[in-house]
Design a protein around this ligand. Structure first.
Ligand code: FDA
Length: 453
């Protein structure tokens, strides 16, 4: 057994924990970061297979994400734009493929009018929501008691308009079916990106990527901490009192500290034994959060063949197995990569199949957007975060019905010397790397203010 002493122990070496650790060392405090995996980065993970770079987790940056953009600049990491020249593809309710440019899907004029009306209506309500405290909205409880599906059914009788608005928030963002989260949760998602219009605008929300991959952010942050990052050290026990904490890992490493930051996805809080147990309220709160679920599919081709056909690679359909897909060709890479997403119940469904059948079904779906050539990638990879012990879903956690208004205000309230920091508890940048960094900075600032006086 090894015991070390630090001012602050940080559990989790994702972007949130590593940001907090760096901010604390800048403030003159000592830290130890304990990470369960044998790598840093958490839900950001860049790997190479057969010479192809694959971004298994988070990758895109949008122009409003200034916490992430500042961090990239500080670390000297460069970005590049997602390819977006040419026409996008939409597949309608009857399976008909249509090409379009701009944000609004090429639907019948009456459905288009409904889509525009709904987006405007949502923008108005979203503007009233403070992403840092959606529970403070005067109608928060009411909005949290109705499902997003119910709100859509009341808002329009046009099924295709409902299906498309639902896609932007449900399949594409929260990655739960629209009957499984509240209208308030949907408003938070949109408010965290600035407006509902931003979510509709793929060129905004999926604007840039990081040269070398998004995991590079965590790798660079960890390098600055040197030996204070301990890999392969899952924390099993956290002893706490008013005097401080002791974090004990599976292999018996003990960190004695004045404060602890729990920088892990909230669904993993209960993997740790707390001595004494956390208060009743946290026991309850933590049970009302669950991970969404999406498969991120990567298909690599000899060339980005869709570009020759005048396609941008951007494709959507609420009626397809892969409800959205993009050109994900890496910076300076002659190979072309498509990335597709299979969300919530569709993901459950394809995981019932054999690996070969699942691949065939997903590539079939991509071929509906890009043609037969899409069926023959030279390399194929499915990101399966549901099987990752230290994540258990993708992209992030959200509250169940009524949970955001009931518990949200307390999600980041420290318990004695324990603070909570993750993208799942962010306002701006909620569920994104940007949010992870913001919460990491804020958590560190609060602790530094207390400890440094
Ligand atoms: P994160 O989960 O990243 O880190 C937590 C760390 O805690 C992990 O390293 C874990 O191993 C560790 N841990 C857990 N339990 C532990 C224990 N008991 N002891 C020690 N360590 C423990 N975002 C974005 O901005 N743009 C995007 O394009 C996408 N796309 C996307 C795709 C996919 C497939 C995924 C899964 C996610 C995204 N995201 C994203 C989301 C983004 O990756 C995510 O919000 C951040 O990585 C969250 O950072 P955190 O530091 O909060 O948690």
């Amino acid at each position: 057994m090894t015991a070390i002493e630090r001012d602050v122990v940080i559990i989790g070496a994702g972007p949130s924990g590593l940001t907090a650790a760096n901010e604390l060392t800048k403030a003159g405090l000592t830290v130890a970061v304990l990470e369960a995996r044998d790598r840093v980065g958490g839900r950001t993970w860049t790997d190479h297979f057969d010479g192809h770079m694959i971004e298994i987790g988070g990758q895109w940056v949008s122009p409003d994400q200034d916490a992430l953009l500042d961090t990239l600049a500080e670390l000297g990491l460069e970005t590049y734009s997602r390819y977006r020249e040419g026409e996008n593809v939409y597949i309608d309710k009857d399976g008909e493929k249509r090409l379009f440019t701009g944000d609004i899907f090429p639907v019948k004029p009456e459905t288009e009018a409904e889509l525009i009306r709904l987006i405007d209506e949502l923008d108005v309500v979203v503007a009233e929501i403070d992403a840092d405290k959606p529970w403070a909205h005067p109608r928060a409880e009411e909005y949290d008691s109705i499902t997003f599906k119910h709100w859509l059914e009341e808002a329009t009788a046009d099924q295709e308009a409902r299906d498309n608005i639902s896609l932007y928030i449900g399949a594409a963002m929260i990655t739960k079916p629209d009957h499984a989260f509240s209208f308030l949760q949907a408003l938070l998602m949109a408010a965290s990106a600035g407006s509902f219009t931003h979510l509709v605008d793929a060129d905004f929300i999926l604007d840039k990527r990081v040269v070398g991959g998004m995991q590079g952010v965590s790798i660079a942050l960890a390098e600055r901490l040197g030996d204070d990052v301990h890999l392969g050290q899952p924390v099993r026990t956290l002893r706490w009192s008013d005097d401080g904490v002791v974090a004990i890992t599976a292999s018996g490493l003990e960190v004695h500290a004045k404060r602890a930051i729990l920088a892990v996805p909230p669904v993993l809080f209960s993997r740790i034994s707390y001595e004494p147990p956390l208060p009743r309220h946290q026991h309850q709160l933590h049970q009302h959060l669950s991970m969404g679920f999406v498969i991120k599919v990567h298909a690599v081709y000899e060339t980005p063949f869709w570009r020759e056909a005048g396609l941008s690679g951007t494709a959507f359909s609420p009626y397809e197995l892969s409800h959205e897909a993009y050109d994900n060709t890496n910076h300076d890479d002659p190979f072309g990569t498509l990335v597709g997403f299979v969300s919530d119940r569709n993901a459950d469904g394809v995981f019932e199949l054999s690996a070969e059948e699942r691949k065939a079904r997903i590539l079939e779906s991509l071929s509906h957007y890009y043609g037969e050539q899409a069926k023959n990638p030279v390399f194929y990879y499915e990101s399966d975060w549901g099987s990752e012990e230290w994540t258990r879903g993708a992209y992030a956690a959200s509250f169940d019905m009524g949970g955001l208004s009931r518990y949200g205000a307390d999600q980041r309230t420290p318990v004695g010397p324990i603070s909570f920091s993750c993208s799942d508890f962010a306002g701006a940048g909620y569920q994104h790397v940007d949010g992870a960094i913001r919460v990491g900075r804020e958590t560190a600032a609060a602790i530094a203010a207390e400890l440094k006086g």
